[in-house]
Ligand binder design. Structure first.
Ligand code: ATP
Ligand code: MG
Length: 357
C-alpha cells in the first residue's frame, strides 16, 4: 500500500528545504521498500495569495482530506502579506479543519550542536513536548466593555472540555509508555489559575490511574520553564495546555541549539484526517534565496511523518543519518548556522547519501 503525501513548500526557505526533505524521504523509502507518493501543491504560499487573493483555493479541504499526511515547508512573508493573513489562511486552517489536536515537538540535543546550555551533551536532553492544539487559552470567547472609557474591561475566556483535555493527555501517556524512562510531566498553574488548571490537574490524575507504570509529576509553568534550562535531563514527555504548550514547545527546542534543526508535527492521532509535518522555523526571509538554510528541521519532520505512518525503523534510520552527518563535523557539508561552510544542498545530500550507503 502506498502512502499519499501532499507537499506544500510555502514561502522563503520553505521552498529550499522541502526538496532536501523529499530527497531524504525518497532515499529512506527506497532502502526500506516503502511506497511514498508525493503530490505538490502551490497554494498555502504568499505568492499564491498575491495571485488569487486567498491563501488556499475554496476546495482545499476536498483536495487534501484523503492524503495520508501533509509535508509542509514554511509559510509567511510579512513584506508581501501580513502574518495574520498568511498563517490564519493556511496552517491554522489545516490544524482546525483536520482536527490536529496534538502539537508534538522533540527536544533532543544532537551531536556536534553547541546548544545554549553549558556542559550539556547529547543524551542529556531528549524529551518531547506535547501541546494541546485546539482549545484552552486560545479561545475567541470574551469581549470588551466600556471601551474607550476609564472603566474599560477586557475579558477572554479559557475553554477546557473534558474531551479536549482527556484526548491530549491520553496521547501524552501513550507516548510516555513507549519510552524507556516512562515519565510524564504535566505543566500547570493551579496555584494561580483557580478553575481551569485545577481541572487540568484532576484529569491528569484520573488518566494516570490507567497508567500505573508511568511516573507522573507536575510543575507550575513558571518553575517548569526554569527547570527546562536548569535540569533538562529531568524530562521525558511534557504535556501542556495550548498556551503553556506553546511556550514550552518554543523553549524546549531553543534549549537544544539552532532553530534550523527542530522538527514538529500537528497530529490527528485517529487518522480521520491527515496530520501535518513541518520544521519549527519559519520562512526566514533574511536568508531566503542564499541556499544556506539548514534542511535538518525539514528532514527530521519527515522522520516524524514516517513514524506516524507506522515506519519506525525507517524513521530511526533517518534520525541516525542526521546524527551521523552532524557528528562528522565536516564543515564543507554543514550549513553556516551550525558552524559550517556548506549549503542547504550539501547538507541534504550528505544525509541522503548516508542513508543509501
Ligand atoms: P516565523 O514568523 O514563522 O517565526 P520567521 O521567518 O520570522 O518565521 P524564523 O524562520 O523562525 O522566523 O527564523 C528566525 C531566524 O532564524 C531567521 O531570521 C534565520 O536567520 C534563522 N533561521 C531560521 N530557520 C533557519 C534554517 N533552517 N537555517 C538557518 N537559519 C535559520
Ligand atoms: Mg518569527
Amino acid at each position: 500500500m502506498s502512502h499519499r503525501i501532499a507537499v506544500i513548500a510555502g514561502d522563503g526557505i520553505g521552498t529550499e528545504v522541502i526538496p532536501e526533505g523529499l530527497r531524504a524521504l525518497k532515499a529512506v523509502a527506497e532502502r526500506f521498500d516503502i511506497a511514498l507518493e508525493f503530490q505538490t501543491f502551490d497554494f498555502g504560499s504568499c505568492d499564491y495569495y498575491l495571485e488569487h487573493g486567498k491563501m488556499l483555493p475554496d476546495d482545499w479541504f476536498e483536495q487534501l482530506k484523503d492524503f495520508d499526511a501533509l509535508f509542509y515547508g514554511a509559510v509567511g512573508w510579512p513584506e508581501k502579506v501580513p502574518d495574520h493573513i498568511s498563517l490564519w489562511g493556511s496552517l491554522l486552517q489545516f490544524r482546525r479543519r483536520f482536527d490536529q489536536y496534538i502539537n508534538l515537538r522533540p527536544c533532543k540535543l544532537m551531536p556536534g550542536i553547541k546548544g545554549p546550555l553549558a556542559g550539556r551533551k547529547p543524551g542529556d536532553i531528549d524529551f518531547y513536548v506535547v501541546r494541546e492544539n485546539t482549545e484552552g487559552e486560545y479561545s475567541s470567547v470574551g469581549g470588551k466593555m466600556f471601551e474607550g472609557t476609564e472603566r474599560e474591561v477586557v475579558i477572554q475566556d479559557t475553554i477546557m472540555t473534558r474531551t479536549g483535555v482527556d484526548r491530549v493527555l491520553k496521547y501524552a501517556f501513550e507516548l510516555a509508555a513507549t519510552r524507556p524512562r516512562k515519565k510524564l510531566t504535566s505543566a500547570t498553574k493551579s496555584n494561580g489559575i483557580s478553575i481551569t488548571m485545577p481541572y487540568w490537574d484532576e484529569r491528569v490524575e484520573a488518566m494516570a490511574a490507567g497508567y500505573p507504570e508511568i511516573a507522573v509529576d507536575k510543575f507550575h509553568i513558571d518553575i517548569l520553564t526554569a527547570n527546562f534550562v536548569l535540569h533538562p535531563d529531568w524530562f521525558d514527555v511534557v504535556v501542556g495546555s495550548n498556551l503553556f504548550g506553546d511556550i514550552l514547545s518554543d523553549l524546549g527546542p531553543a534549549c537544544t541549539g539552532t532553530i534550523g534543526i527542530a522538527p514538529s508535527a500537528n497530529i490527528n492521532p485517529e487518522g480521520n484526517f491527515p496530520s501535518l509535518f513541518e520544521p519549527v522555523h519559519g520562512s526566514a526571509p533574511d536568508i531566503a534565496g542564499k541556499g544556506i538554510a539548514n534542511p535538518i528541521g525539514q528532514i527530521w519532520s519527515g522522520a516524524m511523518m514516517l513514524e506516524h505512518l507506522g515506519h519506525q525503523e525507517a524513521a530511526d534510520t533517518l534520525v541516525k543519518a542526521i546524527e551521523a552527518v552532524l557528528e562528522s563535523g565536516d564543515a564543507q557539508l554543514l550549513t553556516p548556522d551550525i558552524g559550517g561552510k556548506g549549503t542547504t544542498q550539501s547538507l541534504g545530500r550528505a544525509i541522503a547519501e548516508h542513508i543509501t550507503a
